[in-house]
Design a binder for this molecule. Structure first.
Ligand SMILES: [Zn+2]
Length: 339
C-alpha cells in the first residue's frame, strides 16, 4: 500500500461543514473513507481528483449529513488530490493529473499510478454497485455525464443525471475506465465549481444510487438520452499566445464568451477563432493521432472547422488549457455527424 493513501472507516469531526480551503486539516493526504451501510454492493464515489473542482465535496457533505444515523448502502468515498484542492488548483506543478493516472493509463509508473492501483485493488475485492467520479467544468457547460464505455447500465446512469452525455475513450487513465469491467461507471460534470444547481443535482443522483436495488433491465428510450462522442481534442502549441479578447495582440484570439459555444453546433462557415500564425492549433483524434489538417483550416487570419461539430468543455483558463486542452469536438454518437 502506498503511504500517500489513508484508509479510514469514519468521517472526521466537522466533515459536513468544512470549506475546501481547510481540506488539509480534515484530509492531510488522499483518503479512502469506507462507510458501512445497510445494503451492498457498495457505491464507490471519487471527489476532488481535480483539486479545484469542489462541487463533489459539497454534494457528499450534503448527502452524508442526511444519513448521519445510517447509510442505506455502503459507500466508499475517495477524497482525491487534497494538496491541489487546498490551493484551488486542478493539479499542482510536479504532480500528475489525478484523473489521468488510473489503471489503463499510458503514463509510466509513478507514485500516483501506484496510488490508484492500490485503491482499485482494495475497492474491487468484492462487487461494486457503481463507480461515480464527480467533476466540474471550468467554462459554462450544461450538467452532463461522461461515459468511457457505452453499456445499457451506463446509459441509465447518464440518463438519471441529464438528457445529454458525452462518450469518450481518450484521454486514457481516467477513473471510470478502471471500473468499466467491474461495474457501471460515470463521470458527473456538474457545471462550474460551486454551482449550487450542479451540487444539488449530483447529491440527488448519489442519493438515488444509495437506494437503488438494481439498474433497469430495459434499454434507455432514445428520447431520454442524447449521446455525443468526442472526435477530436484541441490543444494550443506552447509557443502560440492566446486571449479571449478579439482586440488583443496575441497569436490566437477567441470571442470573450467563447465558452457559451459549448454543446452548440459550429458549422464550417462559422468563424471559430482569429489567428496571426499559420498553425495555431493542434487537433488529435481519440487515438492521439494528429488530424489537424482534416479538422481545421486557417484562411486570411480566420480559423474554421471543416465539418460541423459541437465543442464541449471549453475552458477560458489558460493554465488549464496548457495543462489539459482548449476543448473537445463532439458529434452525435450514433450518426457520427452534427448535421
Ligand atoms: Zn475534472
Amino acid at each position: 500500500m502506498t503511504e500517500k493513501l489513508a484508509i479510514v472507516s469514519e468521517l472526521p469531526d466537522g466533515f459536513y461543514d468544512f470549506e475546501i480551503n481547510k481540506i488539509l486539516e480534515y484530509f492531510p493526504t488522499t483518503t479512502l473513507i469506507e462507510l458501512e451501510g445497510n445494503r451492498s454492493p457498495p457505491l464507490f464515489v471519487s471527489i476532488l481528483l481535480h483539486g479545484n473542482e469542489y462541487s463533489g465535496l459539497k454534494s457528499v457533505q450534503a448527502l452524508l449529513r442526511k444519513y448521519q444515523e445510517g447509510l442505506p448502502r455502503t459507500l466508499y468515498l475517495l477524497v482525491g488530490n487534497v494538496n491541489a484542492a487546498a490551493q484551488r488548483k486542478r493539479v499542482l506543478p510536479g504532480q500528475v493529473d489525478y484523473n489521468r493516472c488510473w489503471p489503463g493509463t499510458e503514463m509510466d509508473a509513478n507514485e500516483e499510478t501506484s496510488l490508484t492501483q492500490a485503491i482499485v485493488d482494495r475497492v474491487t475485492r468484492a462487487p461494486l454497485f457503481a463507480a461515480i467520479d464527480v467533476h466540474n467544468t471550468s467554462g459554462v457547460n450544461p450538467h452532463y455525464a461522461g461515459l468511457t464505455r457505452v453499456t445499457q447500465e451506463n446509459q441509465h446512469l447518464a440518463a438519471m443525471f441529464n438528457h445529454i452525455c458525452q462518450v469518450f475513450t481518450r484521454p486514457k487513465g481516467v477513473m471510470t475506465m478502471a471500473f468499466n469491467d467491474t461495474c457501471p461507471a460515470a463521470i458527473l460534470e456538474c457545471g462550474r465549481p460551486g454551482d449550487t444547481a450542479g451540487i444539488h443535482h449530483a447529491t440527488e443522483l448519489l442519493d438515488a444510487l444509495l437506494h437503488m436495488d438494481h439498474f433497469p433491465q430495459r434499454p434507455v428510450p432514445a428520447h431520454d438520452l442524447q449521446m455525443v462522442r468526442t472526435v477530436a481534442t484541441l490543444n494550443i502549441p506552447e509557443h502560440v499566445s492566446l486571449d479571449f479578447n478579439l482586440n488583443s495582440q496575441t497569436d490566437l484570439r477567441f470571442d470573450q464568451n467563447f465558452d457559451s459555444m459549448n454543446f452548440t453546433e459550429i458549422k464550417p462557415q462559422d468563424i471559430f477563432a482569429y489567428s496571426r500564425v499559420e498553425n495555431p492549433l493542434i487537433v488529435t483524434d481519440q487515438l492521439g493521432e494528429d488530424i489537424t489538417e482534416q479538422i481545421i483550416r486557417v484562411e486570411s487570419g480566420k480559423v474554421y472547422l471543416n465539418r460541423t461539430f459541437m465543442p464541449a468543455m471549453i475552458t477560458l483558463d489558460e493554465s488549464i488549457i496548457r495543462q489539459d486542452c482548449l476543448c473537445h469536438l463532439l458529434v452525435d454518437y450514433e450518426s457520427g455527424t452534427c448535421d
